[in-house]
Write a protein that binds this ligand. Structure first.
Ligand code: DAH
Length: 359
C-alpha cells in the first residue's frame, strides 16, 4: 500500500480547492463514506495480522494528516471569503455634517462686561437692585418734588399697590432708572463706598431712540472731601478706556436732575464728516451720560450726614453707548432677536470681553 502517493495526490487537491464548497468535495473524496481513505480502510479486514497492523497505522496517520490539512485550508478560505465580503459590502454610516451654528454674545452683554471691567479697575463694586421698585426708592428719596413730570403717566409704568406696604412704599413702579439702586445701597451700607450697578429700566416710550425697556449703568462714589474734579477724572478715565482712544474731548454741560447739585450732562467730541461718525477729534458733540454731585437732600433721605460725606453719581444708557461704540444705527434692533443682526453685531463668546479695552 502506497500511502505516500495518495497523500501527495490528496494534498494537491486540497490546495487547489479555492472555495469552501470545492473543499467539501475534496473532503468527501478523501474521507467520505466512499472516500479513498475509507475504501482503503475497508481492505484491512482481509489482510494478514502483521500487514494489517502496519497498514492500519499508516492509514490512521494519513487520515489525521489529511483531516488537518482540510481544516487548515478551510479556515484559510473562510478568512479569505470574509475579507472579500468586508471589502465589497461597505456601508457608509457617517451623517453628512450639519452647518456649524455658533452663538454670539449680545452687544448689551458685551458692553456691560466692558463697563464692569473698566469700573472694577477703578475700585468700584458691582451691586444690584430690583426691577420692580416703590415710589420712595425710585422718586421720593431721590428728591423728586411732588408733581414732578417724571412721575406722570407718560413716562412711568405704574403697578398695582402692594397691600402689605403703606404710603409711598406701597406704590409700585417698574424702575425708570437705576438711580433707585443708589438709594438702596446708601440706606443699607455705611460710607465710604464706590459702586456701580447695571440693569433694566422701563419707560413708556417707543421710537427710533426709545424702547419701553432699556439698560442703564449707574455709578456712585461717597466719601469725605469728594469734589467735581474727582467726577471729571473718573469719567475721563472711563471714556478713554471705553472708546479705546488716547485722547477724547469731554464737555460738561450744566443740566438738571433732582438728585444732583450741580448737575451736568457729558458730551464727547466727534466728527460727522463724510457721513460717518468718528469718535474723538472733530467739532461736533454727542451726549453720553448724566452726572452730578449727590444732592444733600438725597444723602439725608438715606441717613448720611451731608456735612460729613459728599459724593458724585452718574448714569448712562447702555444701548446708547454701545450704539456709539459699535456703530449700531437703530435702538429697536437690540430687542428683535434677529439672528442675522446677532451674528453681525454679536461677539465671539470665547474672547474675554474685558480684554476689549486697553488696560
Ligand atoms: N437717572 C438719570 C436718567 O435716567 C441719569 C442720571 C443722571 C443718573 C445724573 C445719575 C446722575 O446718577 O447723577 O436720566
Amino acid at each position: 500500500m502506497n500511502t505516500a502517493e495518495l497523500k501527495k495526490e490528496l494534498t494537491e487537491m486540497i490546495e487547489k480547492a479555492q472555495d469552501t464548497s470545492a473543499l467539501e468535495q475534496v473532503r468527501v473524496t478523501a474521507l467520505g463514506k466512499k472516500g479513498r481513505i475509507t475504501d482503503l480502510m475497508k481492505t484491512l479486514g482481509g489482510m494478514e495480522p502483521e500487514a494489517r497492523k502496519e497498514a492500519g497505522q499508516q492509514l490512521n496517520v494519513l487520515k489525521t494528516e489529511i483531516a488537518d490539512l482540510i481544516e487548515k485550508q478551510a479556515s484559510m478560505l473562510k478568512k479569505q471569503e470574509l475579507d472579500e465580503r468586508l471589502a465589497t459590502e461597505t456601508l457608509d454610516i457617517t451623517l453628512s455634517p450639519r452647518p456649524r451654528k455658533k452663538g454670539s454674545v449680545h452687544p448689551i452683554s458685551q458692553t456691560q462686561e466692558e463697563l464692569l471691567s473698566i469700573f472694577a479697575d477703578m475700585g468700584f463694586k458691582l451691586t444690584e437692585g430690583p426691577d420692580i421698585e416703590d415710589d420712595w426708592h425710585n422718586f421720593t428719596a431721590l428728591n423728586f418734588p411732588p408733581g414732578h413730570p417724571a412721575r406722570e403717566m407718560q413716562d412711568t409704568f405704574f403697578l398695582p399697590d402692594d397691600p402689605e406696604e403703606e404710603g409711598e412704599r406701597a406704590k409700585k413702579v417698574l424702575r425708570t432708572h437705576t438711580s433707585s439702586v443708589q438709594v438702596r445701597y446708601m440706606t443699607e451700607n455705611k460710607p465710604p463706598f464706590r459702586i456701580i450697578c447695571m440693569g433694566r429700566t422701563y419707560r413708556s416710550d417707543y421710537d427710533m431712540t426709545h424702547t419701553p425697556m432699556f439698560h442703564q449703568c449707574e455709578g456712585l462714589v461717597i466719601d469725605k472731601n469728594i469734589n467735581m474734579g474727582h467726577l471729571k477724572g473718573c469719567l475721563m478715565e472711563f471714556a478713554l478706556k471705553f472708546f479705546e482712544v488716547d485722547e477724547l474731548p469731554l464737555r460738561f454741560r450744566p443740566s438738571f436732575f433732582p438728585f444732583t447739585e450741580p448737575s451736568a450732562e457729558v458730551d464727547i467730541g466727534c466728527s460727522r464728516e463724510g457721513g460717518g461718525l468718528t469718535i474723538g477729534a472733530g467739532d461736533d458733540w454727542l451726549e453720553i451720560l448724566g452726572c452730578g454731585m449727590v444732592h444733600p437732600n438725597v444723602l439725608k433721605n438715606c441717613g448720611i450726614d451731608p456735612e460729613e460725606y459728599q459724593g458724585f453719581a452718574f448714569g448712562m444708557g447702555i444701548e446708547r453707548i454701545a450704539m456709539l461704540k459699535y456703530g449700531i444705527p437703530d435702538l429697536r434692533t437690540f430687542f428683535e432677536s434677529d439672528t442675522r443682526w446677532l451674528s453681525h453685531y454679536g461677539f465671539d463668546p470665547l474672547k474675554r470681553p474685558n480684554k476689549a479695552h486697553r488696560g
